[in-house]
Design a binder for this molecule. Structure first.
Ligand code: NI
Length: 141
């Protein structure tokens, strides 16, 4: 395997319109990808399909309250547990293997007492804070 950029391995990716894209048909090893993430609330992209990004993030502590006005947000818990707090609704308590969709326009805040690994699916360019000005820059791993 040949490293073509820091963090990227040539066999894992192809370039499409200048953007690095997980190669369809390649296995993405989530356990090894999660090991590359060293801080919470920092989504990293591992695949793209049909205009959607599959992202991995570690959750630990409280994220900020935020809203994605136009897009639903899929949470799949890989390891640990996380509470999805929602404005004017009961929280969703998710454990490893649980899937939850936060509806577009609903204010929410993920909270994890201990480190938790989550997979997110949402349209490319969706800011993780709901606001491009405050969003975390998302990189491919
Ligand atoms: Ni969100």
């Amino acid at each position: 395997m040949r490293h073509i950029e820091s963090g990227y391995i040539a066999s894992d990716i192809v370039r499409s319109k200048g953007v690095l894209v997980a190669m369809p048909g390649n296995v993405v090893e989530l356990r090894s990808k999660f090991k590359m993430i060293d801080k919470p609330w920092s989504p990293h992209i591992v695949a793209e399909f049909n205009g959607l990004h599959v992202k991995l993030a570690k959750a630990h502590g409280e994220f900020l309250w935020h809203t994605h006005e136009e897009t639903d947000e899929v949470f799949l818990v890989h390891r640990g547990s996380v509470e999805i707090q929602m404005r004017n609704r009961p929280s969703a308590h998710l454990s490893a293997g649980d899937l939850f969709v936060v509806p577009a326009g609903l204010e929410h805040r993920p909270v994890a007492d201990a480190e938790c690994e989550i997979l997110l699916i949402e349209p490319a360019e969706t800011p993780n804070t709901g606001d491009a000005a405050t969003a975390t820059a998302e990189v491919w791993i």
